[in-house]
Design a protein around this ligand. Sequence first.
Ligand code: IVH
Length: 698
Amino acid sequence: MRDEVNTVGFSEAMALAELTRLADEIAAHDLRYHRDDAPTISDADYDALKRRNAELEAAFPHLVRENSPSFAVGAARADQFSPVEHGAPMLSLDNAFSDEEAMEFDTRIRRFLRVEDEAAYTAEPKIDGLSASLRYENGILVRGATRGDGRVGEDVTENLRTLSEIPKRLAGSGWPEVIEVRGEVYLGHAEFAALNAAAAEAGQRTYANPRNAAAGSLRQIDPAITAARPLRFFAYAWGLVSAPFAETQWEALQLLKAWGFATTAESRRVIGPKGLLDAYKAMEAARPRLGFDIDGVVYKVDRLDWQQRLGFVSRSPRWAVARKFPAEQARTVLEAIDMQVGRTGAVTPVARLNPVTVGGVVVENATLHNADEIARKDIRIGDTVIVQRAGDVIPQVVGPVLEERPADAQPFEYPTNCPCPLHTPLARETTAAGAETVVRRCTGEFACPFQKLAHLRHFVSRRAFDIEGLGEKQLSAFTERGWLNEPADIFRLARDEARLAELREAGGYGDTSVANLRAGIEARRAIGLDRFIYGLGIRHIGETTATVMARGYGSAKAFLAAMDKVADRDPEAMAELDALDQIGEAVIDAAAAYFAEDHNRALVQALVEQLQIQDAEQPKADTAVAGKTVVFTGALERMTRDEAKAQAEALGAKVSGSVSKRTDIVVAGPGAGTKLKTAAELGITVMTEDEWLALVAG
Ligand code: IVH
């Protein structure tokens, strides 16, 4: 990246040409960053472009244009606000897409709590803006933050203070001494249209939809600009509180209103599955008249003591779900079908489309899922196709519009070989039972440069190691140079003075870019165990599973030792893994296969040597059962097995399915059999459900 400007020797014509080019390039990056949320360059490189523009303008002041990028008050770059750790994490919601899924939510809740009567829920509009957390101490607003990664957000206090719907001082009484009020910052339709019209008039950039406009407006460096944007705020939840303040979600919403917040008038309290479905229909009907974007309904269990009992699974509460409105669709032409090689060698067809706006976002690529799907739907290149996107899901091709098929369109011939330089024959994956699946894989494994690159891409991605300054372009360039073969090489590169010097001399990098790259890598040498596990990119081990495993094993040492045993199919180690929440056969097999491979063990070892892997955050260490391994057996009468397990885990205990000498406590209900017998033989503490409840209650 050119970041040192040498304007000496620039003619006026050259400067003008370069300023024009820079203005276009910066505007394109602005769009990708703000509108698409998909930047293609690092912040440092973007800043370098802006700097180059400013320096050229300084050298040729009469060439400064009215719509110069220097004047564009873009939203702040990621590093311009200080980080704020939330008092309680800001979670996301699981989605439900149909009546059936909404009813399953109700069933799940009642099964978990073992309640037979109909349960009460709130049904609230799911506002399409960006969430914010407002910390009040003694009723005074002291801090406001964006969601960020859920744990740490950005400090946008001054900007949030400018919103008239955010009380600087809470009204009424009865608020806890400390409370983090959570809600959505959004822009109404009319305000959005006016903002864009004014921006277009002034020759400034416009926003693709109200949500992006709200996000862009909130993250302004100058609060005066935020103040001039008519942002609004709805309160709907809370994070950390110093004391309980309500018994139900419904009551809490009324209190938030009494304390001076806007709450959505369309929220209702409903009973049972019918109530859930009716509320959804009502919200769908109200949607066009609301004057602001909503993308569904959020259902929440009304009783807060039940919410507490239900707890969380990974990043989402068990007690709430977002029932989304159906996907938005559009038509466009399918220009090509490319094959994309994933990190595990799965080859997926990707549709290259004539760009089209679907629900406010420009879509150019969409998934076609697999070969069978293309054949079944008879999708052909040149077809007009229906494209759909729902929420954050990857856009997909629904099918062709047959009346518009060009006369010469040919059925798509699925390639038999991988597009990678090895051109390996694509193998159809079979299940353990020998049945064919729809997945086709490149058989090149570690020799396939595409797989290697996909692996590295996953490794540096936001939810894994999140390495700033190491994007697609840099990864490709560094792998081509032979510098990156495995993740550990990334960390070696940061300390390889010779290669860094080479980047400066021959790679077109400036001092700042190299320093930023190095800092981006160094910042991730200390990494949480959950991100480490997720970053390995093992099949079936997504973020949630990685977090569960990190919590289950606690430290990298324990995790790696256990994986060695799992690779050897040691029954005890496999049972221990199986006992973790939500971990099933697919994960165990994938972990065993991964760690049985010498190449992978070497790769992990090399990586571990480069890192300081931090122990997983344990839910609780100061409870009577923290660190203990517990087995529930027989019938439980006061709570369901799921709830017992979730509660024990939240208190820092490990719940196992089988009794071994490592078991500390066996909680036995009526009907307990073999496990109880084994416990007696091994001399393990056995207690009744009531004794257990007394123990955990302290
Ligand atoms: S409750 C623990 N209520 O949806 C769950 N969220 O997909 C806390 N959202 O990040 C969220 N309207 O930005 C809740 N009435 C509502 C909402 C709502 C919109 C957003 C929020 C959250 C996202 C989750």
